[in-house]
Design a protein around this ligand. Structure first.
Ligand SMILES: *[C@@H]1O[C@H](CO)[C@@H](O)[C@H](O)[C@H]1NC(C)=O
Ligand SMILES: *[C@@H]1O[C@H](CO)[C@@H](O)[C@H](O)[C@H]1NC(C)=O
Ligand SMILES: *[C@@H]1O[C@H](CO)[C@@H](O)[C@H](O)[C@H]1NC(C)=O
Ligand SMILES: *[C@@H]1O[C@H](CO)[C@@H](O)[C@H](O)[C@H]1NC(C)=O
Length: 360
């Protein structure tokens, strides 16, 4: 036989034997709150040859620390109070321990103690960790700060494992945004119960730096809510761009005029540019910076355009125009269009009415 053929046969044998092994399915780890109960979801498999031995005289036991450890639950001696609530005859070893004590964090092993030959301790244990305080819920996405673009549809999901089904907390969002799905119970792959709630909303600039929390309140134990929060950062392109003029109102020829540009953006606009419309619709760069300083003269008359940059720069306009002999007026306009809009304006009937520049 060649190598690969041998391999195939071995795999086939192992697969055929899968129903012939001792296996236990339960969570690897359970977090328990001190004094609360704990329910261990549990299901086992054993070799078919023991099928006939599984009857009512088989006892379900739990051991602690190792497969040879002390009995924590058995008919003769128990360190803990509890019951196997699953039906052993259906291979269901689901167990509840009551009032789980703080000092009992350990690995627990399930054992079938039947009349010979069905005596076996499953080698995969469950790591039970006892907490003094209620563990905070888990928020998804699992980050402290969530950066999103304005308009992004967000779904925040809050969940907690209910290790003691008889004590369920209240789950609450603060603030409540958009649409909430009422907290509902779900089961994970190991049969553990989860309490899950989601809220869905569109991120707006008003949500920037908002702390969104999900809290749990148990009626037993410490009656303080525990919470997990996420901070939202909502990014948006420059908007409400305005041009301010100093001094405002008419100025005499030769005086200094300062145009300054202001835009709201997150993150803040890092680069401003001032352009002058050459008269043919083409924009000529005048200054890279938030302000443009000019001396009022005929040759500086015209339409000025400011751009604030992050991603899509909206435009704002300011017009410096001679109103009478040696007096110029600056007309400022609030703009929120894009560069493309500006170019379209030049082609359309809404072309800004500019007087021909008087030559000086
Ligand atoms: C359970 O099975 C064992 C053998 O595996 C047998 O000795 C015992 O009598 C059975 N008990 C009951 C209650 O059927
Ligand atoms: C095992 O028993 C528990 C308790 O009765 C039950 O909630 C669970 O659904 C059972 N699991 C299976 C797989 O039948
Ligand atoms: C059980 O879980 C606790 C908490 O996560 C951990 O510190 C400990 O090492 C685990 N024990 C074993 C044997 O894996
Ligand atoms: C703007 O309009 C002028 C005159 O109507 C025209 O000559 C020019 O080509 C236009 N510019 C652009 C960029 O469309």
């Amino acid at each position: 036989m060649s190598g690969p053929k041998v391999l195939v046969v071995i795999i086939w044998i192992l697969r055929g034997a899968a129903s012939n092994t001792w296996e236990i399915k339960m969570p690897q780890k359970i977090d328990v709150i001190s004094g609360f109960c704990v329910q261990i979801p549990c299901q086992f498999e054993f070799p078919d040859t023991f099928k006939k031995s599984l009857n009512k005289s088989v006892e379900a036991m739990w051991k602690k620390r190792s497969t040879y450890g002390a009995n924590v639950l058995s008919s003769e001696f128990s360190l803990l109070k509890g019951n196997v609530i699953g039906n052993i005859l259906n291979k269901n070893c689901t167990t509840v321990f009551h009032n789980f004590p703080a000092e009992f964090s350990d690995i627990y092993f399930f054992r079938l103690q039947g009349p010979e030959p069905l005596i076996y301790t499953f080698t995969d244990g469950v790591n039970i960790t006892v907490h003094k305080d209620v563990p905070p819920p888990i928020l998804n996405p699992h980050v402290q700060v969530l950066e999103v673009l304005e308009g992004t549809k967000l779904t925040l999901t809050c969940s907690t494992v209910i290790s003691c089904p008889s004590i369920q907390p209240l789950m609450h969002w603060n603030p409540q945004l958009g649409e909430q799905l009422t907290p509902a119970l779900q089961e994970d792959e190991f049969g553990q119960t989860l309490l899950v709630s989601s809220q869905m909303f569109n991120a707006t600039p008003l949500n920037d730096r908002l702390k969104v929390s999900c809290s749990l309140l148990y009626s037993q134990g410490a009656k303080r809510p525990v919470e997990t929060s996420i901070i939202l950062r909502v990014l948006y392109a420059p908007k409400n761009t305005i041009a301010l003029v100093s001094p405002s109102g008419p100025v005499s020829e030769g005086s200094v005029v300062i145009l300054s540009c202001h835009s709201d953006a997150n993150p803040a606009v890092r680069r401003y540019e001032w352009y002058k419309d050459s008269g043919s619709g083409k924009l000529e760069l005048q200054n890279q910076g938030q302000t443009l300083t000019m001396t009022a003269r005929s040759n500086v008359q015209g339409l000025y355009v400011c751009k604030g940059f992050e991603s899509m720069p909206p435009l704002t306009y300011a017009t410096l125009r001679k109103t009478s002999d040696s007096v110029y007026n600056v007309i400022q306009t609030r703009g929120s269009g894009t560069e493309e809009d500006y170019e379209n304006r030049n082609l359309s009937k809404h072309k800004p009415k500019l007087e021909p520049w008087p030559r000086s």
